[in-house]
Design a protein around this ligand. Structure first.
Ligand code: ADP
Ligand code: ADP
Ligand code: ADP
Length: 214
């Protein structure tokens, strides 16, 4: 299956993507995680992306699209993938369509996670991620690690992302509404969008998502 996950920052895309990718046996591809890995490794791409991310803006398409296509071209993604955080504007969605067309394949679904804004603000404020692996995600009250500040999965140090500060979150929500939300209409015109509520416990949301993808 080829699936795109959309939803505001803090909706639970990364959390759900981990379970869905496992259930569906497809790789979870998160452009945010790829950027953060590049930043921690000090790569040229990471250097190009960092200032945009710190400010809550989108990283330019020239950088992002190439990185996403390279990842999708890896061997584990030939039979499907779950995209988390890409595409994030209409021009990225068009580039993705072209790349899929060139391979003579299609998206199966665009899963839209719906969450009220006051809830995403709470989720982001309490989010803590692992320094070793940014897909290891916790929440200080909703899914606390067994030992404060320590990742349950790998023992890494948990920290609060710099772009999870209140001001940057406001900017990221604005960017979501102006630049990312239009891709929902773009995909709706292709009949691909399934919308589910992302409220409730993590496993309840996963079940809702799996039912919606059947
Ligand atoms: P969240 O999960 O909170 O929505 P992400 O980890 O997906 O955040 O993204 C963090 C930041 O990485 C974004 O604010 C943006 O700067 C950058 N980013 C991630 N994916 C993209 C993309 N597809 N296009 C441009 N910028 C991106
Ligand atoms: P996104 O990738 O959309 O930015 P994350 O998956 O990182 O979102 O989740 C944001 C925060 O909300 C994390 O701290 C995560 O632990 C928490 N979270 C995710 N799903 C739920 C849920 N169903 N209920 C409560 N908190 C959640
Ligand atoms: P329990 O049902 O055993 O009390 P939960 O995991 O449902 O435990 O919730 C633990 C805490 O996190 C509660 O205070 C609950 O209100 C909060 N919580 C969990 N998930 C969410 C969510 N999606 N939205 C808001 N609060 C949540």
């Amino acid at each position: 299956m080829r699936i795109v996950l959309v939803g505001p920052p803090g909706a639970g895309k990364g959390t759900q993507a981990a379970f869905l990718a496992k259930n569906l046996s497809i790789p979870h591809i998160s452009t945010g995680d790829l950027f953060r890995a590049n930043i921690s490794q000090g790569t040229e791409l990471g250097k190009q992306a960092k200032a945009y991310m710190d400010a809550g803006n989108l990283v330019p398409d020239e950088v992002t699209i190439g990185m996403a296509k390279d990842r999708m071209a890896q061997s584990d993604a030939v039979n499907g993938f779950l995209l988390d955080g890409f595409p994030r504007n209409v021009s990225q969605a068009e580039s993705l369509d072209e790349a899929l067309k060139a391979d003579d394949v299609k998206l199966d679904a665009v899963l839209d996670l719906e969450v009220p804004e006051d809830e995403v603000v709470k989720r982001i404020a309490g989010r803590r991620v692992c320094r070793n692996e940014s897909s290891h995600v916790f929440h200080v009250t909703y899914s606390p690690p067994k030992r404060e500040g320590v990742c349950d999965v790998c023992g890494g140090e948990l920290y609060q992302r710099g772009d999870d500060s209140e001001d940057t979150v406001r900017k990221r929500l604005e960017v979501y509404h102006t630049q990312t939300e239009p891709i929902i209409d773009y995909y709706r015109a292709q009949g691909l969008v399934v919308t589910i509520s992302a409220l409730g416990k993590v496993d309840e949301v996963t079940k809702r998502a799996m039912d919606a993808l059947k």
